[in-house]
Design a protein around this ligand. Structure first.
Ligand code: UDP
Length: 470
């Protein structure tokens, strides 16, 4: 029996096909998982949609980055949409639908045509349920990865409870009404902390998409989460009641960075879909320690012009990412207040090397949309946050930042210039010691979790062993 197992292993070395959701946040963290698995010697095929692949080739060093891994291979498939489709977040359901109806055949072909390198395990984003159908049909084990927070994933799992208890849908505008039917969050969750689309009606396609999470995710052999137990342990335990085989291996970006250091390898690729403007780093070098507020709303959120006024009036130094077309109903132009004497204390770029910025000693706070990558990147570097969530998991994340982890202030739903100014002063001046203390403590825990014996370290080893045994 021993010989036949060995034979089997020589014929089929572990080969994982990894398929991220085609959006900046998930692409970024899932490629980091791909590299972590490459480092452990597994053969990896990274599958990207043509659209993401084209952007990555243009702005990131992914090609040269992975060329040092002999077992690495890149594949692409079309997402089935016309070239000029915006693939914007408000039409992302169309991307998902098209992938399901038009690309799943190609996805299946990919796995069945190359008999020299048979895929022994699939890791796909759990938002793309069709990947599990294909995997089951061809008999290849599949794991899901979710790149949102565990706390928001748990809210999605509980949608049926919310509907049954008539907490959803809600009408009226009392957004401070407590939410009681999400186990583990009874003490602090309010209507306004639910994903934004919950404020609209139940026929919203987003609600339909996320209503079946509790039945969809447990279909896979395992669920990989980009979080760590010291941050979201109690919520992860709740999810485990649905998906017993859970791997919390985050924060992925920092986990990878540490592993690369131990191989004396260069730092990870940026995985950026836009060109990073490095000029902000020398600018940061010239600023006093922890004096700069970094302002960025990720790749999808748009922002209000009130933020501009609030920030300028606060008198704080700032580094601001203003993506093209990301300001609500305004054409981008520098507000006059910015040009009047603020050049010295302000720097504006279209896209920043965010991980480097947050790790820079000049940065003392982060005004963020509370995207999950942004939140984890901030947690690891011990940077306190002001949260101005936009949609999806961000409303839940910002509640946890403000109320549970005490890592900053949740500005949710209030964004006039007076409040912005007040919160910036609070975070950067009046309460800075208090926030820095809790941010430092959490950063320490984040760094320990992927050291030998830490929770994310052990879970990654278990994941690798389980993949090898498949
Ligand atoms: N990011 C970046 N430069 C920027 C803004 C964002 O490199 O100027 C990266 C950031 O580090 C993060 C990702 O883009 O890894 C955004 O993911 P997140 O989950 O924070 O937000 P999303 O864009 O999905 O809303």
């Amino acid at each position: 029996a021993t010989i036949s197992v060995m034979d089997q292993k020589t014929v089929r070395p572990p080969h994982v096909l990894i398929f991220p959701l085609p959006l900046q946040g998930p692409v970024n963290s899932t490629i980091k998982l791909a590299e972590l698995l490459c480092l452990s010697g597994l053969h990896i095929t990274l599958l990207l949609t043509d659209h993401i692949h084209t952007k990555l080739l243009k702005y990131s060093n992914i090609q040269s980055r992975f060329s040092s891994y002999p077992g690495f291979h890149l594949e692409t498939i079309p997402d089935g949409l016309p070239e000029d489709h915006p693939r914007s977040i408000d039409r992302f359901i169309e991307v998902l639908e098209s992938l399901k109806t038009k690309s799943s055949i190609l996805f299946k072909d990919l796995m069945t045509t190359d008999s020299r390198r048979p895929v022994t395990c699939i890791i796909a984003d759990g938002t793309m349920g069709f990947t599990c159908d294909v995997a089951n049909e061809i008999g290849i084990p599949i794991m899901y990865i979710r790149t949102i927070s565990a706390c928001c994933l748990w809210v999605f799992f509980c949608f049926p409870n919310l509907i049954e208890s008539r907490e959803l849908p809600f009408s009226g505008n009392d957004l401070d009404t407590p939410i009681k039917s999400i186990p583990g969050m009874e003490e602090f969750l309010r209507r306004r902390d639910l994903p934004l689309f919950c404020r609209f009606n139940l026929s919203d396609p987003n609600i339909k998409t996320y209503l079946s999470e509790g039945t969809e995710n447990p279909r896979a052999h395992g669920l990989i989460l980009n979080t760590f137990d010291d941050l979201e342990g109690p919520i992860v335990s709740q999810i485990r009641t649905f998906c017993p085989n859970l791997y919390t291996i985050g924060p992925l970006h920092a986990h990878l960075k540490l592993n690369l250091e131990s191989f004396s390898s260069s730092p990870p690729s940026s995985n950026s879909l836009w060109k990073e403007d490095m000029s902000c780093i020398p600018w940061l070098d010239s600023q006093p320690s922890k004096s700069v507020l970094y302002v960025s709303f990720g790749s999808l959120a748009v922002m209000s012009k009130e933020l501009w006024y609030g920030l300028v009036n606060s008198g704080s130094r700032f580094l601001w990412v203003i993506r093209r077309h990301s300001v609500l109903s305004e054409i981008i132009e520098t507000p006059p207040e910015l040009s009047k004497g603020t050049e010295e204390r302000g720097c504006i770029v279209e896209w920043a090397p965010q991980e480097k910025v947050l790790a820079h000693g000049g940065v003392g706070g982060f005004l963020t949309h509370s995207g999950w990558n942004a939140t984890l990147e901030s947690v690891v570097e011990g940077v306190p946050m002001i949260c101005w969530p936009y949609f999806l998991d961000q409303q839940v994340n910002s509640r946890f930042v403000g109320e549970v982890w005490k890592l900053g202030l949740d500005m949710k739903d209030t964004c006039d210039r007076v409040i912005v100014e007040k919160m910036v002063r609070e975070l950067m001046e009046e309460r800075k010691e208090e926030f820095r203390k809790s941010a430092d403590e959490m950063a320490k825990l984040a760094k320990q979790c992927f050291m030998v014996g830490g929770s994310s370290y052990c879970n990654l080893q278990r994941l690798i062993n389980d993949i090898k045994a498949m």
